[in-house]
Design a protein around this ligand. Structure first.
Ligand SMILES: [Zn+2]
Ligand SMILES: [Zn+2]
Length: 121
């Protein structure tokens, strides 16, 4: 089941919701797979860094570089949904530092930029 969920997730070109993935896995396996069980598996992937959650889209993408830990920055196109991911440790480090300066312990900064991608603008 985990493998099926991961394969479906990796196949999406855009961030996919648990419902998108449940539908895809159901189609492939010829049986109804509940979004709830997909959610649980996605959470597991996120905590083991195999997938990343795009908060503002309420969706997930497969992690291209599961071996390295970054605070990923997502650029999300409002027109086509295409999501690009950047790593800029200087920028995300600055967010962590600003939080620390405010006496706040940041566990997971979420940096997402909405707008239009190169194809849509
Ligand atoms: Zn990253
Ligand atoms: Zn676009």
């Amino acid at each position: 089941m985990r493998q099926a969920v991961f394969d479906a997730l990796a196949n999406f070109e855009k961030p996919a919701s648990a419902y998108d993935i449940a539908e895809e896995v159901s189609k492939r396996q010829g049986r109804r797979v509940a979004a709830n069980s997909v959610y649980r598996i996605l959470d597991l992937f996120v905590s083991s860094n195999l997938a990343m959650r795009v908060e503002s889209a309420n969706a997930y993408v497969a992690n291209q570089h599961p071996g390295c830990l970054h605070d990923c920055i997502f650029l999300i196109c409002d027109s086509c949904g295409q999501t690009t991911h950047l790593d800029d440790d200087k920028l995300s480090g600055g967010v962590r530092e600003a939080a620390a300066n405010a006496g706040f312990a940041a566990t997971r900064p979420v940096i997402e930029v909405r707008g239009k991608c190169g194809d849509c603008s």
